[in-house]
Design a protein around this ligand. Structure first.
Ligand SMILES: [Zn+2]
Length: 211
């Protein structure tokens, strides 16, 4: 079955992804062609960056459509191995419109440091309010750290298990790898990503200064 793709929607999404990717790349959060970004097209398709491209220099042709099973739609490109993590978010969170995955230095170091605890617990930070649904610093924002693997079904099973246990999930780290976060649209997801990057940097500074 070949789904018909809304080409004007794809072009708008591709431009929005390329703009965000350029800015996140300028911050140094997408080193060495890493990271991937996607936007929901409809109930069963997403636009996503093809793998192996410099995220500071994406053009429309570097964004492809996949279905929620991770298959390419209307493209000869092979989707990135991490596509399954994006489509899992769209399947599990019907309100999610954007998924951003980056590999900043703070995200990478924090993922190693907190891997043994299984999560980073953020408490007492005003910027927790940047995450939709959080209205006070007196809240508890837990960001799990999942073990890294090249076997995506292993990783998606761990994320499903976390969600099936009824635990809130706004973002997760992968050990030695980077962060995934999402939101309704690009501005909300950018805000989540920037807040989490800032909060992880603060937690790392606290560790450094208190040791
Ligand atoms: Zn990655």
């Amino acid at each position: 079955m070949t789904a018909s793709i809304d080409m004007s929607l794809l072009a708008r999404h591709a431009d929005e992804i390329a703009d965000a990717a350029r800015e996140l790349s300028a911050l140094g959060w997408t080193p060495a062609t890493s990271s991937n970004f996607s936007m929901r097209m409809d109930n069963s398709h997403a636009a996503i960056t093809i793998s192996g491209k410099d995220k500071g220099r994406l053009s429309r042709s570097d964004i492809m459509v996949v279905d929620f099973q991770g298959n390419a739609v209307g493209s000869a490109h092979r989707p990135s191995a991490e596509t399954g993590l994006h489509t899992q978010i769209y399947r599990r969170f019907p309100e999610a419109g954007v998924v951003l995955h980056t590999h900043s230095r703070n995200q990478s170091v924090a993922s190693r440091l907190f891997a043994r605890d299984g999560s980073v617990v953020l408490e007492g930070w005003e910027l927790q309010k940047a995450i939709t649904g959080y209205t006070t610093h007196e809240s508890r924002l837990e960001v799990p750290v999942f073990p890294n693997t090249q076997l995506m079904p292993e990783l998606t099973a761990r994320i499903d298990a976390w969600l099936d246990a009824g635990k809130p999930l706004h973002a997760y780290l992968i050990d030695g790898h980077g962060i995934y976060t999402w939101g309704r649209d690009m501005p909300e997801t950018r805000r989540h990503l920037e807040a989490l990057e800032f909060l992880l940097a603060c937690e790392l500074d606290l560790k450094r200064l208190s040791s």
